[in-house]
Write a protein of this length. Structure first.
Lengths: 370, 177
């Protein structure tokens, strides 16, 4: 085959593949999530594999153990939820009363300030056309039950894909894990022998970069969740364990995630104490946890992926714009992968066309061998 | 029952690979237990007869260990060596990513293990005993080549001197840098 044909055929096939993937991008999500789950579980399989144990039975055992843990977690969750629900049923009137009292106190305080001519409060009144902001909020909230009742059927229909994901993702991860190194060997077999080293280079570099990031994120989420749990427990907030776990899970979503947990913690404080100092305590603890997270732990993660903070910000914004929630979740791993791909292709291009400068010889290379 | 469990859980391929790699001089310093960790760093690939494994002048990034089949080493289209199972080549790419000094072509269907440079760096960090054993072997190989080269031409430090290679080969070392 002549030279243009040699490149034209694979490039056309690649173009077709990209077009096809673009057309079916909506069904790719379970495969991506399955791949991520398999990537998370592969170190577990490796622990047994390096000891000479067969891959297939080990994958079966790991999935069996995961299934057992999941079943136990679901059962325990249902038990806790039913206990919490019965407790909430007895506590609910008290919580509602506290919530109402808090809103009333806040409204009185705001009215008092507006009447005394305090500039920010007077300005707010002018913006709201003379009405109290709390009145506007509560009138909006009064329609909430009707909105919820209206939206419930469509919300339930939106849950169906999540149930599908819940079933599909572990199955796909299971299949990928079963394949393991055979998949890699098949991939290496598809490229020409001349490009094997380059492909291997790309795979190893991406694995290193993503491995560092995922390890960093897991450690960061765990430490953040633990510090939130300790903080909430010290100030005596109810559901400290659940809030700590919520902080841990939502921490995986960059930027937006941590604020979801803080909002829920503030809501718990409103219902538990119904006082401004109580909420301020929660906000104080949350801010300390955020400072620890953003100031120390986040830096460790960002150092591990070796991306400029502006590149991280750009990746997050671009990911959020294109794919919403999932885009935010996968923005940084995708940015890491893109960076590695660009680096490897650039290195290959430079070495292929002789553009790379030769490495300087070590300073002692002139000393004769003795 | 015990025999069935053993057959079901133990990987026979693992022992076969370990027995083969234990015979490769590059891995002589590695204990039996550590081979499992080493396997995780190796990729494998099959090549057809006539296929080029690496080309003279291309940047080398991986070491090749021949598991089965036979390859010929060509420099400027002249055959300088034939490698058989257990031989390895391209070891200098684990130290520096410089152009290959020879072309290696398969003369039979070949199966190879590939050890990539980043993997050896990872081994040096995460399993230093394995990484250090491999690097110590490479240092010994360099020393043998350099001494052999100097004994042929005492005023030259050219380590690409082909006359050094029979001496290195005699000690079970590779021939393509």
């Amino acid at each position: 085959m002549n030279s243009p044909g040699r490149y034209l055929v694979p490039l056309s096939l690649l173009g077709l593949l990209v077009y096809f993937l673009f057309k079916v991008h909506q069904v790719l999500l379970p495969f991506v999530l399955g791949g991520v789950l398999a990537y998370f579980l592969s170190p577990l399989v490796r622990i047994f594999e390096v000891r000479g144990l067969r891959r297939q039975p080990m994958v079966l055992i790991i999935f069996g153990a995961l299934l057992a843990m999941l079943s136990w977690g679901t059962w325990a969750g249902i038990m806790v939820a039913s206990q919490e629900a019965s407790m909430a049923a007895t506590q609910l009137p008290r919580y509602v009363q506290r919530g109402q009292q808090f809103l009333k106190d806040f409204r009185d305080w705001e009215e008092q300030k507006a009447a005394s001519g305090s500039l920010p409060f007077a300005l707010t009144r002018r913006l709201t056309g003379g009405a109290s902001p709390m009145d506007l909020i509560s009138s909006h909230w009064r329609t909430l039950p009707a909105v919820i009742a209206q939206q419930t059927p469509s919300f339930a229909s939106h849950l169906v894909p999540f149930v599908e994901l819940f079933l599909l993702v572990p199955f796909i991860a299971f299949m990928i894990l079963l394949e393991g190194p055979a998949m890699m060997e098949r991939l290496l077999g598809t490229v020409s022998s001349r490009h094997v080293e380059m492909l291997l280079n790309i795979i190893v570099e991406i694995d290193n970069s993503l491995g560092n990031y995922l390890r960093g994120v897991c450690l960061k989420s765990f430490l953040t969740g633990l510090s939130a749990l300790a903080g909430y427990w010290v100030i005596g907030l109810d559901y400290a364990v659940q809030l700590g776990m919520l902080t841990m899970f939502t921490n995986v979503i960059p930027m937006v995630g941590p604020w979801i947990a803080i909002a829920v913690a503030c809501l718990v404080a409103v219902f538990q104490w119904g006082t401004v100092p109580g909420i301020l305590k929660v906000i104080g603890v949350s801010l300390i946890v955020r400072m620890l997270d953003d100031g120390v732990l986040q830096l460790v993660v960002m150092n591990s992926v070796d991306l400029h903070p502006l590149a991280v910000l750009f990746a997050l914004m671009a990911g959020g714009t294109i794919w919403g929630f999932w885009g935010l979740l996968f923005a940084i791993p995708l940015a890491c992968t893109a960076k590695v791909l660009l680096q490897v292709i650039w290195q290959w291009y430079r070495s292929e066309y002789g553009l790379a400068p030769a490495d300087p010889a070590p300073e002692v290379s002139h000393i004769p061998l003795i | 029952m015990f025999a069935w469990l053993k057959d079901y859980f133990l990987d026979p391929e693992f022992n076969r690979k370990r027995e083969f790699l234990q015979r490769v001089s590059l891995f002589h310093g590695i204990s039996r237990r550590e081979f499992g960790t080493l396997f995780q760093s190796l990729a494998s690939r099959n090549y057809q007869s006539g296929e080029i494994l690496c080309k003279e002048g291309d940047i080398g990034r991986a070491l090749f260990i021949l598991e089965s089949g036979e390859v010929e080493v060509l420099r400027q289209s002249r055959r300088i060596a034939v490698l058989k199972p257990g031989d390895y080549f391209g070891e200098m790419s684990l130290i520096d990513e410089q152009p290959r000094t020879a072309t290696v072509a398969a003369t039979q269907p070949v199966r190879c293990y590939l050890l990539y440079k980043t993997e050896i760096d990872k081994l040096l960090r995460q399993a230093p005993r394995i990484g250090a054993a491999i690097m110590a072997h490479l240092a010994a190989l360099l020393a043998v080549r350099l001494r052999a080269s100097m004994s042929r031409s005492p005023f030259s430090l050219d380590s690409t001197d082909t006359t050094a290679q029979p001496a290195a080969k005699a000690q079970g070392f590779g021939v393509v840098q």
